[in-house]
Design a protein around this ligand. Structure first.
Ligand code: NAD
Length: 516
């Protein structure tokens, strides 16, 4: 039966008392499940290791979220073997069956929606609506890739040739590594992993250490659904050990990575080496960081712009690759927009995101906190501190929403990804210069342009060089299946997650001609 057309999963409105109550209940249920032990998953078996890594609550660093097996290179070896053992069967499983698996998984995620979101509140410090939005994105990814997989089958129509029966078809690649970050711990692991698997591949998921529990819960869903052993393997552990062992392994066919530029570039270099016994050039996708700008010209709706700047800079504490960490304002509206953004940012409530009123929670860990505090010192030298600038109250990794104004376009805080709640405000003499400043970094992920003038909007569409361009809206909040996501330049390989071509990364085309 044909599937209904794709539709984005609606998010929950927490102003509705019943939604609020059921989320409170989920937070309590999940609290009782914190601190458990989680093994590796290799070939469908649970594998313990002598050492463990812990993930903890960044709002309360003494609270352990999960104790995870700490993978070793020999575990990577076994997982790659388990993947190849499963591959012949899985890659020949009809694509309709593989798509059905994703649709069933989407159904389970819908049922466990509040629990999964609650876990992310504890493990990575997401505010309620951010966590719920991420679970909705997971459903979208599964529903979208299921449909895309079925369409892959229909892309095979080639021109006829006399005397030949011709065919063009897509084959799965083999066994690949999926290396995911902590900031969208459920959605990014899901996106890369399900796209690979629905296309017929087997994967080894290596999640970020700080969000290992969310990844373990995700993998559990697929096991409960009866996925054949070895199709999805989970190796938790340090990136420098198991991540690297995966990337270097000669039997790894592809690497799908989302994370920092530093690690992405390292993976790119290492994956290009051909090791003895390796039969292919590894295929690599890398989705990395951003230093995204929101440009506001003098024709813009300034209230919209100020709201979008505030939400884009401080949502999830600025820890989104698409965060609008630069506001580029033309002379005529500079003072008004800055003033309004400061006013709006002052109203943000900082604290433990278990509280529904909190919009700015903790940053992910102690080293992120230190790095951001260093940038706050740099910012004091490079701009005028208008708001924040320090540590938040308590023991959690809280950083105040911070605004520096009068920042030069080439200042470090205007060029480097800080990945925290820090906004650099830059003055431009006009719209043209504003766009040049916006394009003047190594990155090219997302960007916003605010204007009411159709010619200016056309100019922005022509010149603003980013993978995700938004006109008159914030730089964050891409919907899968609606806004295919991925960046230019040092933001990555632009594979466009949630887009019409994403699955092509995970397959190879074969042309077959039979003489008749
Ligand atoms: P990170 O690069 O530190 O880690 C990402 C993953 O790589 C983790 O699983 C980590 O363990 C692993 N890793 C670390 N060292 C490795 C190595 N040497 N070899 C192989 N794997 C290794 O990134 P992070 O701190 O988890 O995530 C934040 C970064 O991710 C930010 O830069 C953000 O902009 C970026 N990001 C980009 C996108 C996008 O779609 N472009 C989305 C989300 C996050």
């Amino acid at each position: 039966m044909p599937l209904a057309p794709f539709r984005s999963e609606p998010t929950l409105d927490f102003a509705v008392p019943s939604n609020r109550q059921s989320f409170e209940k989920a937070l309590a249920t999940v609290r009782d499940r914190l601190g458990r032990d989680y093994p590796l998953v290799i070939g469908g078996e649970r594998v313990e290791t002598p050492e463990r890594i812990e993930s903890y609550n960044p709002a309360h660093p003494e609270q352990v979220i999960g104790r995870h097996a700490c993978g070793r290179p020999e575990d990577v070896e076994r997982a790659v073997g388990a993947g190849w053992k499963a591959f012949p069967g899985w890659s020949r499983t009809p694509i309709e069956e593989r798509a059905q698996l994703l649709l069933r998984a989407a159904q389970v995620v819908r049922q466990r929606r509040s629990e999964l979101a609650a876990l992310m509140v504890y493990e990575v410090g997401k505010a309620w609506d951010e966590a719920d939005g991420e679970v909705a994105e997971v459903v979208d990814l599964m529903e979208w890739y299921a449909r895309q997989a079925l369409e892959l089958k229909d892309r095979d129509r080639m021109a006829p040739w006399p005397g030949e029966l011709t065919e063009f078809r897509y084959l799965a690649l083999g066994v690949g590594a999926v290396i995911s970050p902590w900031n969208f711990p459920l959605a990014l692991a899901t996106g890369m992993m399900t796209a690979a698997v629905v296309a017929g591949n087997c994967v080894i998921l290596k999640p970020a250490e700080t969000s290992s529990t969310t990844a373990a819960w995700l993998v559990e869903i697929f096991f409960e659904l009866g996925l054949p052993p070895g199709v999805i393997n989970l190796i938790t552990g340090p990136g420098s050990v198991v991540g690297e062992a995966l990337v270097d392994h000669p039997q790894i066919r592809f690497v799908a990575f989302t994370g920092s530029r530093e690690v992405g570039v390292r993976i790119y270099e290492r994956a290009s080496r051909v090791h003895p016994g390796q039969l292919w050039l590894k295929r690599v996708q890398l989705e990395m960081g951003g230093k995204n700008a929101v440009v506001v010209d003098e024709t813009a709706d300034l209230e919209w712009a100020a709201q979008a700047i505030t939400a884009g800079a401080f949502g999830f504490q600025g820890q989104k690759c698409s965060a609008g960490s630069r506001a580029v304002l033309v002379d005529g509206v500079y003072d008004e927009v800055v003033g309004r953004v400061v006013e709006l940012a002052k109203r943000l409530r900082m604290g433990d995101p278990i509280d529904p009123e909190v919009t700015v929670g903790p940053v992910i860990d102690g080293s992120a906190e230190e790095k951001i505090l260093d940038y706050l010192q740099i910012g004091r030298r490079e701009g005028e501190l208008l708001l924040g600038g320090g540590h938040g109250p308590g023991d959690g990794h809280l950083i105040e929403p911070t605004i520096f104004a009068g920042v030069a376009p080439d200042a470090r805080i205007a060029q480097e990804e800080i990945f925290g709640p820090v906004l650099a405000v830059i003055r431009a003499k006009d719209a043209e210069q504003g766009l040049a400043i916006a394009n003047g970094t190594d990155y090219g992920l997302s960007g916003s342009y605010f204007s009411r003038d159709p010619q200016r909007i056309a100019q922005a569409k022509d010149k603003f060089h980013v993978g995700n361009l938004y006109i008159n809206r914030r730089s964050t909040g891409a919907y899968m299946g609606v806004h295919p996501f991925g960046g230019f330049n040092m933001s990555g390989t632009d594979t466009k997650a949630g887009g019409p071509d994403y699955l092509l990364f995970f397959v190879q085309g074969q042309s077959v001609a039979e003489r008749i």
